[in-house]
Design a protein around this ligand. Sequence first.
Ligand code: UDP
Ligand code: MG
Length: 317
Amino acid sequence: MDRLAIVVPCYNEEEMLPITTKELTGVLDDLIRKEKIAPNSYILYVDDGSKDATWELIEKIHKENKKVFGLKLAGNVGHQFALTAGMMQAKEDADILISIDADLQDDTLVMEDMIDKYHEGNDIVYGVRNDRKKDSFFKRTTAQMFYKILAAMGVKTVYNHADYRLMSKRAVEHFANYEEVNLYLRGIMPLIGYKTESVYYERKERIAGESKYPFSKMIALAWNGITSFSVKPINFIAVLGGIIIFLSVLAAIYAFVSYCNGTVVAGWTSLILSIWMLGGLQLFAIGVIGQYIGKIYMEVKHRPRYNVETYLTHDLK
Ligand code: UDP
Ligand code: MG
């Protein structure tokens, strides 16, 4: 039977952990009883450099509960890297990995469907939200806009899928070959290949604690999603440049004709206008190109993406 590891990134989640542990242990026990997963399946909490008592709590729960493992990162590296750290650890001894947020906004009941889909031969099973009714109007519209922009930029993603998903060992092993530091997991998953499926659920509100994804982090993730996977912004600049050159030729013809007709050259307005317009455009273009150069710089450095400080485990039979 296949061994399941549920990987949970945790950042300042002391309020959630007892609730999360109770629910996830229940789901594991249920799946084990139904003989869908091996009895030595486990939960892996990844402490992403929390400032509160999250790690102490993980240690405590680990002592009491044989199914709970813990991985402590030396500092805060963000959700995407924390999750990656957990997956890299779990792929060593688990056959199936499910990633889920600590706040249990995602419905744990569909884990069973995920496992079933896995047994039907899918290597990646995406958890997809039915709708976004529970989100604020702002989060909903910005998220939808983001998915549309991504699609327009030619990036393949699964609509309304966050990082709640099942992956087989071999899918994770392949994912390990993606060594980029500008990590956007949702963009990489469709590149892995293999057979995939989706399960649908309704997303709940956070039970305790508050969102660790403020607007600034959301923007950073979205920006990463676009610039790490698409060079269309650069193409766009080239097209824009072409259009402006064409327009300036027209303007030059107009100026020449006015000159021949003897109309007085007032000049100032058009001059100032073009200086400002071109100056702005150039700055914008340089800025976008600079973003890519910045990324090349980061990738070339090839820094380790996280630093595991401790790994807690149980010798399960
Ligand atoms: N998280 C993390 N590191 C961070 C921020 C968040 O590991 O720097 C974890 C957090 O503990 C949670 C998950 O990522 O398990 C998603 O965060 P959250 O639920 O706050 O995001 P939201 O659902 O509001 O988008
Ligand atoms: Mg959440």
